[in-house]
Design a binder for this molecule. Sequence first.
Ligand code: DAK
Length: 261
Amino acid sequence: MNVEREVLIERDGPVGIATLHRPHALNALSLSTMKALEAALTEFEAAPEIRAIIVTGGPRAFAAGADIGEMKDLASGKAARAALGEHLARWDRIGRLKKPTIAAVAGYALGGGCELALACDLIVAAENAVFGQPEIQLGVIPGAGGTQRLTKAVGKALAMDMALTGRRLSAREALERGLVCRVVAPEVLLDEAKRMARRIAELAPLAARAAKLAVAAAVDRGLDAGLKAEREAFYALFDTNDQAEGMRAFAEKRAPAFEGR
Ligand code: DAK
């Protein structure tokens, strides 16, 4: 697999665009995909002419989560931590970029895909976007900030519903609940994201950085402790049979039989 091609990179004046490109797997975020994404975003962050960054996917999926195939045979919390630690730290680092980031989401944004969008500063959604944290169906929980950032965005009631039942949100519901800031027709999604990015880019860059830090401070207080608690719980679930059953059942295209052990 050509790693560079899993993330396409484009520069459009002051806007850097990273496009996830694993369409056969609905842009599932494999180890190599996240590595390529991080490399692209690090490059944009360092380039003085880039003032705003867009992360996007394809028409059918922004990203359908972390790659379940890479997680399903991890037999313990220790093994999960060893295999995924660096991979999963990439979601955190994307959340800490200094330049303003926009997720342009069409289709599925599930699990780690939803968490990737949530780690960006703004989310603009196509009308066909679908947001969800379906990890409970795999015998685990969101592990890249979903329990924290989603709850801060949509509130406890809906976050609990999504985390406990796997309920998905349409683009309209996501707009009503404050998860996304704009909803547009799928064919103009990237144009709209670029328009937003160019608007940000023509304004004062130092003020943009300060504004995003200040807004984040309003909602992110306690985030680090929350992320730590979430991560510990996520890894601990790899010591259970239900995680193995849930992820194998997905790979084998059958319903899981959870036993609570
Ligand atoms: N991983 C691997 N492959 C995936 C995938 C995924 N997440 N999602 C889809 N695919 C693959 C399918 O296996 C299928 O491959 P082939 O069988 O064709 O080889 C192909 O993409 C097309 O998918 P479907 O045939 O299933 O397409 P449908 O239209 O029928 O269904 C769907 C679309 C999105 C509803 C379905 O694919 C689905 O339910 N996908 C899984 C969604 C999911 O459960 N996502 C959450 C994964 S767990 C952490 C950081 C991150 C994470 C955790 C911790 N730390 C910082 C600690 C993240 C965890 C997750 O995201």
